[in-house]
Design a protein around this ligand. Structure first.
Ligand code: BGC
Length: 345
């Protein structure tokens, strides 16, 4: 990691990279450009450090990429909002259409494009903040967001999101790390073993907008027992055709635990295991179906088709237009406070 390749002023704000290390030899690099994970080095069984997050060697890599969400904090609304429209108390709002015909991941100038302020930085934690003005990207209310990354000695990357607003608004925050537990740039993720503890997923139309929900049982979407990601990805199934693979929100069952374990992934080559814990009601499982080899990631390797997966903990896509989905409304006076953990074994 050459820190100098990230150090620059963008719109008068200083961009840099910040390194966290724990006692297990894990290293997490965060940049305040997009409040994103640049790299995460985890030791394999032989004790070699493997970078398991897809990304770029320089700030320019992120600025010039055709895929703009690598490792970033996504806001104000992660995932899609149909036609970019929603209403609150009878008032209609129109968001940017940046994934025709829908709004995706906060719009073209979403949180992933912002230079965040570093509020605090220690050997194992960093806290970043961003204030989004009322009306930014079409969203109502001035929204103040902080994200804390902690790399614990238990080998957990803990991400804590907090946000407050001064007007009723909608909110859905996630992190968009692209993982390859064999090491970024090492080929497809189709032989990783995946388990997702969910009985249901939200079905989508051809524009990936939810149409309802369906049980995973007897379908390629059933990951309740560990299964190779690639085992049924080519099945002749309408939902897989719409996503060009997996690009779906799993409905998490809810739990009495504060932070339930919702997914587990094991790499076939390195044996690295990642567990995901979250208090959010959903997780988007995405298999890099739009990766096309046109971006050169770290080490100047092309970002080949399905060479990474994402497990984006979140509220459901398009929830503001589905009264039956858990609410994404944030009211003035409330504090949105949510935690997701990526734990490595
Ligand atoms: C979405 C994909 C999208 C990708 C962009 C994922 O969260 O579900 O449809 O192409 O983000 O990086």
């Amino acid at each position: 990691m050459i820190k100098e390749k990230f150090e620059r002023d963008l719109e008068g704000k200083k961009v840099s990279v910040f390194t966290l290390k724990n006692r297990q030899g894990t290293t997490l690099n965060i940049t305040n450009y997009g409040c994103r994970i640049v790299s995460l080095f985890v030791l394999n069984k032989e004790g070699s450090a493997i970078d398991i997050v897809v990304g770029f060697d320089s700030l320019d890599g992120y600025l010039n990429a055709t895929e703009v969400y690598h490792g970033a904090t996504i806001g104000r609304y992660a995932n899609r909002i149909a036609l970019g429209k929603f209403s609150i108390s009878g008032k209609d709002y129109q968001l940017a259409i940046n994934n025709s015909p829908n709004h995706l991941h906060g719009g073209s100038e979403g949180f992933h494009t912002k230079v965040w302020i570093v509020e605090a930085y220690t050997a194992q934690t960093i806290t970043l903040s961003y204030i989004s003005a009322d009306g930014e990207e079409g969203y109502p209310g001035k929204l103040e967001t902080t994200v804390e990354y902690e790399l614990s000695d238990d080998n957990e990357v803990k991400i804590r999101y907090k946000a407050v607003t001064d007007q009723t608004t909608i909110l859905n925050l996630t992190n968009h790390a692209y993982f390859n537990l064999n090491g970024q740039g090492s080929g497809t993720i189709l032989n990783h073993m995946l388990q997702i503890n969910a009985d249901l997923f939200t079905t989508v139309d051809e524009n990936l907008i939810p149409t309802g929900s369906a049980p995973v049982v007897d379908s390629p979407f059933d990951f309740r027992q560990p299964k190779r990601i690639g085992e049924r990805i080519r099945d002749n199934h309408e939902q897989l055709k719409f996503g060009n693979g997996y690009d779906h929100n799993y409905i998490l069952p809810g739990s009495s635990e504060l932070l339930p374990l919702i997914a587990r992934v094991e790499a076939d080559k390195t044996g690295i295991i990642m567990e995901v814990l979250t208090d959010q009601p959903g997780v988007q499982f995405y298999t890099g179906n739009f990766m096309s080899g046109e971006n050169l990631i770290k080490g100047h390797v092309p970002d080949h088709f399905r060479s990474a997966f994402c497990l984006e903990t979140q509220h459901f896509p398009d929830a503001p237009n589905h009264p039956g989905f858990p609410s994404t409304i944030l009211e003035p006076g409330e504090v949105f406070d949510s935690t997701t953990v990526y734990r490595f074994i």
